[in-house]
Ligand binder design. Structure first.
Ligand SMILES: Nc1ncnc2c1ncn2[C@@H]1O[C@H](COP(=O)(O)OP(=O)(O)OP(=O)(O)O)[C@@H](O)[C@H]1O
Ligand SMILES: [Mg+2]
Length: 384
């Protein structure tokens, strides 16, 4: 465990702190083990270490500010273990939502702690963040709303999860994510792929443009169309592998084409938000694309169907669409051309233009649902 030689233990119970320390001493891989009953002081130390540490934090006694401290810690280090004597689903969800990589019920079983420390050591060596999620917005038809959804979902997800969210424009020839947000990122995806994938995190992250005062980081499409032609599927795999070390959520916008790079993006995605609208040609197209996904044997739950521009009085009902596609609809986004165009023209997210509009609240709820579903899937690990 070369990179992570300090452990910070935040626990109000002094006996429990000593037990954890004895396990860590026995594990024997750390230069320093610091124990804190005062969480704010512990947090200051985590900041001093620039997050280069493992944190074990007890939340048995959740007070005002406890969860907020966990949320701040996760911005410094992904190696956060939360413990509690209460291991109800509710507490586990709170812990994971706050940013814990692992939840350990108390009293901590030594072997369990060793398992998690080994896992962190694996992360150090492999530098792979297996819990990070690549979420791609896709439709095999152009103009369906992919970019609108990618931009606004990413922006809401960064607010809901209070963590780093990357928004990557992999519409390699006709990207417009930066136009939607009125950004001018210093580098583009082509430059990052060719020059920065082997660099340190702080260098790589500077190639992204941070969107205002949020935790949303945007990476633009290649500046010149011919550059997109030199990007290979292997480089796309490498891009995701590298970004997953930095960003817990990676939202991808892409083109409607099906070519080798597109298939690689779809294969590498953990979740595909497959988007369609309510009209017969679009649904027929959707059906063809779902057949393609079936033939690629994507796991159940990887592909989620989104209806964009939904109107209550549409002639075709949601039930008709579900029957035709043989799949449930995951989410519906209302039609609201005026608000969306206003946001695009102002180069802002919808929530900045009209948070209370039907489309503003829809995107916030959509982001909450996705993050809740990811957490829900995570906690199945804790159910016996
Ligand atoms: N929910 C919605 N209600 C009304 N208009 C919408 C909605 N979603 C998207 N639009 C409009 O549809 C148009 C196309 O949207 P967008 O650019 O996001 O699609 P796209 O799928 O990314 O297109 P392309 O395939 O060209 O990349 C935009 O003018 C946008 O304002
Ligand atoms: Mg687009």
């Amino acid at each position: 465990m070369q990179e992570c030689t300090s452990v910070i233990v935040l626990d109000e119970n002094s006996a429990s702190r000593e037990v954890i320390k004895s396990y860590l001493d026995e594990y024997g891989a750390f230069n320093s083990i610091k124990l804190f009953g005062n969480y704010q002081e512990g947090f200051e130390e985590i900041k001093n270490l620039d997050g280069n540490c493992i944190v074990i934090m007890d939340i048995t006694n959740i007070k005002y500010g406890t969860i907020e401290i966990a949320e701040k810690i996760k911005l410094y280090t992904p190696r956060l273990i939360i413990t509690s004597t209460d291991y109800s689903t509710n507490t586990i969800v709170k812990a994971l939502r706050a940013g814990a990589k692992e939840f350990l019920p108390k009293p901590i079983i030594k072997e369990e702690l060793v398992r998690v420390l080994n896992m962190f050591s694996y992360y150090d060596n492999e530098k792979d963040n297996s819990q990070a999620k690549v979420i791609t917005i896709y439709s095999n038809k152009g103009g369906i709303g992919k970019t609108t959804i990618a931009v606004n979902l990413a922006s809401e997800l960064s607010k809901v999860t209070k963590t780093k969210v990357a928004l990557i424009d992999l519409n390699l020839q006709l990207g417009d994510v930066s136009t939607f947000l009125n950004l001018n990122p210093p580098f583009d995806v082509n430059y990052v792929i060719k020059n920065l994938l082997d660099k340190e995190e702080n260098i790589l992250i500077n190639a992204f443009e941070k969107y205002k005062e949020t935790s949303l980081y945007v990476l633009a499409d290649p500046s010149y169309i011919e550059q997109s032609e030199s990007i290979t599927p292997q480089q796309i795999t490498e891009l995701f592998r590298t970004l997953k070390k930095i960003f817990p959520y990676i939202i991808v916008d892409m083109s409607a084409n099906i070519d080798a790079n597109s298939l690689k993006i779809l294969d590498c995605s953990d979740i595909i938000l497959f988007t369609t609208i309510v009209n017969i040609p679009a649904i027929r197209n959707a059906q063809r694309c779902l057949n393609l996904f079936h033939s690629r044997r994507y796991p159940k739950d990887k592909v989620k169907i989104i209806i964009n521009r939904f109107m209550d009085n549409d002639e075709i009902s949601i039930e008709d669409i579900e029957n035709t596609l043989g799949e449930k609809i995951y989410w519906k986004i209302p039609n609201n051309y005026f608000t969306i165009m206003d946001a695009i023209n102002k180069g802002a997210s919808i929530s900045e233009i009209s948070q209370a509009s039907n489309i503003g609240t829809n995107f916030r709820d959509f982001a909450s649902k996705i993050s809740d579903d990811i957490i829900e899937k995570e906690i199945t690990r804790y159910r016996v």
